[in-house]
Design a protein around this ligand. Structure first.
Ligand code: B12
Ligand code: SF4
Ligand code: SF4
Length: 341
């Protein structure tokens, strides 16, 4: 099979970049992951078995090659948050990326099976145990920044990553890192900008302090970190936004990542959404998986941070009447924040 043909299919499917590597273990990730486990910095929501995570063959035994893929979601900066609004990270503006990348990978898999003689192909994006970033780096698709994100020039770090495993033996693409692919020497802007000190050293993160995690976790957000969340309703882009390498990142051509509702979400209507209204408004985005109460809890925290008295009646009502204790708790906290300001 000609690499050019595959390249054309990958591009037509909507991906901005790809790299191919043999389906080998990502050994370079093992010490990084072990250290994270030993220092109690290993993320929730992911498999604890490291030997399993580094080996693509654990997802598809017959795999001989990995196609690592990147799709830009960069639709420009969000701009300042208007009063009584909460801001979404750029990755959450559009249609759920699991769906967008999943459907794009189906087109490539269809080509591999029908036209190239593949017998088995497996796709993975985010939710598999595999290391999307580690595979992208090992395949030569991009490089890891000090903010932990993988950069794929000229798209910066504003890319989703995914991979297709196939039993075909494909010719590996450039596997050596390119000369100019690294963080500028002496830059530590991302580490200094992190509001919670989640990112505390180059490439080292305490996930449980990351705003991205805090806005997705269940239960109540720890008191000490509520003010640090600022206006972030879902996700956090600070360590990517401050990065010089991201300032001229190419804009995504994908319509799917245009904001579905907006870059900033009005919070008072959000507090009162019913389950049906939530599904209608947020159902096609990637935030939907955590459900309505999580977003309503975050909305209450942001209103507390904004200290806008116009929010008091709605917050008092939620503190009294909302069925979720974490939403009640966040609303009560917000009322106290506003009243004490
Ligand atoms: C758990 C998880 C989280 C957790 C923990 C994040 C973390 N940094 O560990 C939380 C909820 C906090 C999170 C947040 C975000 N996430 Co997340 N997350 C994941 C998930 C499911 C697993 C990540 C994991 O195992 N982490 C463990 C650590 C040790 O490894 P790592 O994050 O993979 O990154 C390492 C490599 O880049 C590594 N590395 C790789 N090769 C090499 C080689 C060398 C030599 C070195 C030194 C380092 C190195 O350096 C990093 C170590 O710090 C992946 C999907 C997946 N299945 O891989 C998505 C993923 C990493 N997340 C993603 C995104 C977009 C985000 C957010 C930007 C979302 C947002 N806007 O809020 C933030 C960014 C926060 C940050 N600065 O990392 C994208 C990243 C895309 C990219 N271009 O890098 C992924 C790949 C999802 C996807 N398929 O696109 N996430
Ligand atoms: S996403 Fe936000 S909270 Fe998380 S490490 Fe980056 S700046 Fe810190
Ligand atoms: S802000 Fe600086 S140190 Fe951080 S990822 Fe960007 S270039 Fe690297």
């Amino acid at each position: 099979m000609k690499t050019r043909e595959l390249e054309a299919v990958i591009s037509a499917a909507g991906f901005d970049a790809f790299a191919i590597m043999p389906a080998e273990k990502v050994r370079s990730m093992l010490p990084i992951l072990k250290e994270a486990q030993a220092e109690n910095r290993y993320p929730d929501f992911v498999d604890w078995d490291l030997d399993k995570r580094i080996d693509p063959k654990n997802l598809q035994k017959s795999a001989r090659s990995v196609i690592s893929l990147a799709m830009s979601y960069n639709k420009g900066p969000s701009g300042p948050t208007p009063p009584l609004h909460g801001t979404l990270s750029r990755s959450a503006w559009g249609i759920d990326y699991h769906r967008v990348l999943g459907q794009a990978m189906d087109k490539i898999i269809d080509f591999l099976l029908r036209c190239c003689g593949a017998k088995e192909c497996t796709k993975a994006v985010d939710t598999s145990f595999l290391l999307d970033r580690g595979l992208a780096v090992q395949a030569g698709l991009g490089y890891p920044g000090s903010n932990c994100a993988v950069y794929v020039p000229p798209f910066g770090s504003w890319v989703f990553l995914s991979e297709i495993l196939t039993d075909l033996e494909l010719r590996p693409t450039q596997a050596e890192p390119q000369d100019n692919w690294s963080c500028p020497v002496d830059c530590d802007l991302c580490v200094r900008a992190c509001p919670t000190n989640a990112l505390f050293a180059p490439g080292k993160i305490r996930p449980h302090r990351c705003i991205s995690y805090l806005t997705q976790m269940s239960g109540s957000i720890p008191l000490a970190l509520r003010e640090k969340i600022g206006n972030k309703l879902w996700g956090c882009d600070i360590c990517q936004e401050v990065c010089p390498s991201n300032q001229k990142a190419q804009i995504s051509s994908q319509d799917a990542f245009q904001p579905l509702i907006g870059r900033h979400i009005p919070l008072l209507p959000l507090l009162n959404l019913t389950r049906g209204e939530f599904a209608e408004q947020f159902g096609s985005g990637s935030m939907a998986w955590r459900g309505k109460n999580i977003l309503q809890r975050n909305a209450a925290v942001i209103l507390g941070n904004q200290r806008n008295r116009d929010a008091l009646p709605a917050l008092k009502k939620t503190a009294r009447e909302h069925p979720s204790t974490s939403v009640q708790d966040a609303s009560l906290w917000a009322v106290q924040q506003i009243q004490s300001s």
